[in-house]
Design a protein around this ligand. Structure first.
Ligand SMILES: [Fe+2]
Ligand SMILES: [Fe+2]
Length: 218
């Protein structure tokens, strides 16, 4: 009866995680969100459509991170360099600027709607995801320099694959959490005009960040 026992343990762990997540969000929702009438739906659509569209544009490049990981150590050197260069450019010039804009504007809005407790913001776990993306991107940059210099050893290849796969998985899940939890909240609580102003600010911040990344040595 070895396997049933294993399944029972796995099921218990999954049930605990699901229970904790449900509890956390139920607490946040019932504690701080009064659920007023839905202004966005009254306007006949989802006010977060621009951000959802931006995510859809970014998703193929997130999938390309896994493809770059597969190429490291297996594809011809020129192809490896091209894929890793494209991954690094995407991370520094598109994804991180997107995350900075979210930190400053979108997450601040979510925090204002859900509230904070004991100096813990509702968005702190998602902000931590952003910090992880920055740290992993720095690892990609360091290993990419070695790849370009032709000094990427087998241990480095393994590390570069691991980092690129990690980025793919972390960002994939992160996008799902934003779309399934934060954006429905904003759709319910923001008017179309509030959302438009919010996305304008985000665009401005992301553009500045991209320009700054372009000015940095790469
Ligand atoms: Fe994000
Ligand atoms: Fe996002």
């Amino acid at each position: 009866m070895r396997f049933p026992k294993v399944y029972a343990v796995v099921a218990a762990v999954v049930a605990a995680i699901v229970g904790m997540t449900t509890w956390a969000w139920a607490g946040a929702t019932t504690g701080a969100e009064p659920r007023p009438p839905a202004p966005a739906q009254a306007n006949g659509g989802r006010v977060t459509a621009p951000l959802r569209a931006e995510h859809r544009e970014l998703l193929p490049k997130i999938e390309a991170l896994a493809s770059a990981a597969e190429a490291v150590g297996t594809a011809p050197p020129q192809e490896q360099r091209k894929k890793v260069d494209e991954s690094y450019a995407f991370l520094t010039r598109e994804l991180i600027p997107h995350a900075v804009a979210e930190d400053e504007v979108l997450y601040a809005k979510v925090d204002s709607l859900i509230g904070t407790a004991d100096r813990t913001r509702a968005t702190d776990t998602m902000r931590r995801d952003h910090a992880e993306v920055v740290a992993l991107t720095e690892d990609v940059g360091r290993l990419r320099d070695r790849l370009r210099a032709g000094t990427l050893h087998p241990a480095d290849q393994k590390e570069l694959r691991r980092v690129l796969y990690a980025l793919n998985a972390v960002v994939d899940l992160h996008f799902a959490k934003e779309e399934e939890v934060y954006l429905p909240l904003l759709d319910r609580r923001l008017t179309a005009e509030e959302a438009r102003r919010m996305f304008e600010r985000m665009d401005r911040i992301a553009e500045e960040e991209t320009a700054g990344a372009g000015a940095a040595p790469h």
